[in-house]
Design a protein around this ligand. Structure first.
Ligand SMILES: Nc1nc2c(ncn2[C@@H]2O[C@H](COP(=O)(O)OP(=O)(O)OP(=O)(O)O)[C@@H](O)[C@H]2O)c(=O)[nH]1
Length: 679
């Protein structure tokens, strides 16, 4: 357990810690000379079971409030110190304001210098300070009047602190399972090099634990740093636990970048720093839009501006975007203390709600309601459920966001009710809405283009204006195909019930063309077909594309087509030959089909490209590439489980087992050429 002091300058914080522990927390020569705390001081007190309590002594002078903020930033137990002679002073109030914004577990009121005043004055200051606590909706867990000079009241205060510590210890034991699911995170408040040992950094463990030998990520460091030694609560230890003061001896520090106050140490890789977090602000005085403020986060500090998203409610809460001069490494729910730009007083505090901000539509009712719900979420699982209903979430980003280990993240995902798709999370209703959107787009397309087989994947995704990350959108399309709500025909997606029809003009051309094509054993050029139909080749190409999509004809090479049924006949001949002899020479194929050498090679190369045959290395003979993937009417039906559009030849739906690669129906090169020309 760590106890942090707070209170006005010279009210006796350092003397109190010395009276309790026998240790002087003022360590700098300047502090000793001036009799004033400048930077944070630390002291430790033994406790039952070999445990130790840690004290952080903060400076009371307003000039050193930055250091005070570093000390209290992760405090859970505080001692508010007031001198009986002075009573409530400006920094008493300001420190209390700051404590009021932290998730404190206990606040003890200590009235010092009791030896200097009468009993009546002590009662007066006690009443005054309790009234102040009520103003900030805080309640003291105990009020003690003490004197560091004559030791009066120190023993009862010590007993109170020890009682607090033992109940905290019980709680810590109960929380041990939850803590095991938290990743390690600590902010450095001191970093120094020790001769013979190397770099030592100190700080408060915010979450998780580490042991000697572990490696950690650190902001500003290229490589991971290894822990060589640990001091926990002021004594040597093998582990560092959450909520303790630790000093870590680190190896692997970059020679060009020394560790410094404000750096983060974590067991998770750290994301880029965030320059525009969305926060929920609780302000003690009205804030204005674009107001300049000092932002304190952990041991870091930067200037920034408040870009208000909502007006403050009656309790002083509002939503805002912080536009930071120096980006900070943030997590969900991290507190950011905001002080007036003059540095004279504290305005309030922000709690981080989101780390990314849309460029537009930041203040729509919908978005503000979403942020409001996010602010009200009590647990990571509840927050995750809200986020997942709004957008797809990359699992990789979530562990850092809530500082969770793998086990912790799996539990939170399970509790959130979101479904996992590859590396993404999505609410079931959002998934269904997205699927419906794709289906209705496809339906519209079929209605507008009955003569087309369907839409390519990329074109459908472009038409959908989907905000989903591309890998997730592809996964959703694949899922639709798997569920048979969509069918992948070659490289094109269509609805299962879609039956393609030729437009009347194309149908008329096809009626004339098909008997003529029946007589052609050799693939014919588009120019020959155009001549036969007395059309321009340019007019005929779109028709050819439709006929290819229907499966009537197939492009053996660019602009050279053969009836698909004839191609299927040649395939059967090849299969028969290979079944008997195991391999097929080009010359054998030429004799088999009775065509010229050039066209025979074009046909064989087509079969190679479409995955049916394979040309043996440095030879002119072919073999079956994969008997399982052999195409035929039967094989085709068996493999993709649906009927072809018409009773015609279709190639196998791809070697890549139905993934949306676009290599089927037509050999990929021909498809590309034709699609580029016509679609
Ligand atoms: N008579 C009397 N003097 C006290 C008592 N506690 C502290 N003092 C004196 O008050 C002065 C300030 O005490 P510190 O302990 O340095 O006060 P502080 O709050 O730590 O000061 P900063 O850290 O600089 O804000 C010193 O001269 C102390 O000797 C007390 O209980 N009785």
């Amino acid at each position: 357990m760590i106890l942090v002091t707070a209170g006005h300058v010279d009210h006796g914080k350092t003397s109190l810690i010395r009276a309790l522990t026998g240790q002087n927390t003022d360590r700098l020569p300047e502090e000793k000379r001036r009799g004033m705390t400048i930077d944070l001081g630390y002291a430790f007190m033994p406790f039952a079971d070999g445990q130790r309590l840690a004290f952080i002594d903060v400076p009371g002078h307003e000039k050193f409030i930055n250091n005070m903020l570093v000390g209290v930033s992760h405090a859970r137990h505080a001692l508010l110190v007031l001198a009986c002679d002075d009573g409530v002073m400006p920094q008493t109030r300001e420190h209390l304001q700051i404590l009021a914004m932290l998730p404190l577990k206990s606040l003890t009121l200590v009235l010092t210098k009791s030896d200097l005043v009468e009993r009546a004055r002590i009662d007066e200051v006690a009443a005054e300070s309790e009234a102040l606590l009520r103003e900030f909706a805080l309640k003291a867990s105990g009020v003690f009047s003490v004197s560091a000079s004559n030791g009066q009241g120190i023993d009862s205060l010590r007993e109170h602190i020890l009682a607090l510590a033992s109940s905290e210890l019980q709680l810590e034991k109960a929380c041990i399972v939850a803590d095991a699911q938290q990743a390690f995170r600590m902010t450095m408040d001191r970093a120094f090099s020790v001769k013979g040992a190397g770099w030592v950094v100190t700080g408060t463990v915010i979450s998780g634990s580490v042991k000697v030998g572990d490696s950690l990520f650190s902001s500003g460091q290229k490589d991971k740093l290894r822990i060589r030694g640990i001091h926990c609560q002021g004594q040597e230890s093998q582990t560092a636990l959450p909520g303790t003061r630790v000093a870590l001896n680190l190896s692997g520090v970059d020679n060009h970048r020394a560790p410094q106050r404000g750096d983060w140490l974590s067991s998770l890789p750290q994301p880029d720093a965030c320059g525009r977090p969305v926060v929920q602000i609780r302000a003690f005085e009205p804030v204005t839009h674009w107001q300049s403020v000092h932002c304190h986060h952990g041991a870091e500090h930067t200037l920034g501006r408040i870009s208000q998203l909502t007006e403050a409610d009656e309790r002083g809460y509002c939503l805002a975007e912080l536009v930071l001069d120096k980006p900070l490494i943030l997590c969900q729910d991290d507190p950011i203390v905001l002080r007036h730009a003059s540095g004279k007083h504290t305005l309030g505090a922000g709690r981080v709600l989101a780390l990314t901000v849309p460029n537009r539509k930041k203040r729509t009712d919908e978005r503000l309601a979403f942020l409001g719900r996010l602010a009200d979420a009590k647990t990571p699982a509840a927050a995750l459920a809200h986020l997942g209903r709004q957008q797809a979430l990359a699992v990789a980003d979530l562990a850092w966001r809530w500082q969770l280990t793998e086990a912790g993240l799996s539990r939170v995902i399970e509790e959130s009710g979101l479904s996992r798709h590859g590396g993404f999370l999505l609410a079931p209703e959002l998934l269904e809405a997205e699927q419906q959107h794709y289906l209705s787009l496809l339906e519209q397309y079929h209605q507008q283009h009955p003569d087309q087989l369907g839409l390519g994947r990329n074109r459908l995704l472009r038409m959908s204006h989907s905000k989903l990350p591309l890998p997730l959108a592809v996964l959703i399309l694949e899922r639709l195909c798997r569920d048979r709500r969509m069918v992948l025909r070659g490289a094109l997606l269509q609805l299962p019930q879609h039956r393609m029809t030729l437009d009347p003009q194309a149908e008329a051309c096809w009626q004339r063309l098909s008997p003529w094509l029946e007589q052609q054993d050799t693939p014919v050029w588009v120019t020959e077909m155009a001549e036969y139909l007395e059309l321009e080749p340019g007019e005929l190409r779109p028709l050819c594309f439709q006929l290819v999509q229907q499966g009537f004809i197939t492009a053996v090479v660019k602009d050279r087509y053969l009836l698909s049924s004839k191609l299927c006949h040649y395939a059967d001949l090849i299969r028969g030959h290979l079944d008997q002899k195991g391999q097929l020479e080009t010359a054998e194929f030429k004799t088999m089909i009775g065509l010229g050498r050039k066209v025979s090679i074009q046909l064989l190369e087509f079969f190679d490209r479409s995955g049916f045959t394979r040309r043996k290395y440095r030879s002119n003979s072919r073999e079956i590439r994969d008997a399982e993937l052999f195409w035929s009417h039967e094989g085709w039906r068996k493999n993709i489980g649906v009927e072809p559009t018409r009773d015609c030849w279709q190639p196998h739906p791809d070697l890549k087992s139905g993934r949306l690669t676009g290599d089927d129906v037509l050999p990929s090169k021909d498809r590309e050429i034709i699609e580029n020309e016509f679609s």
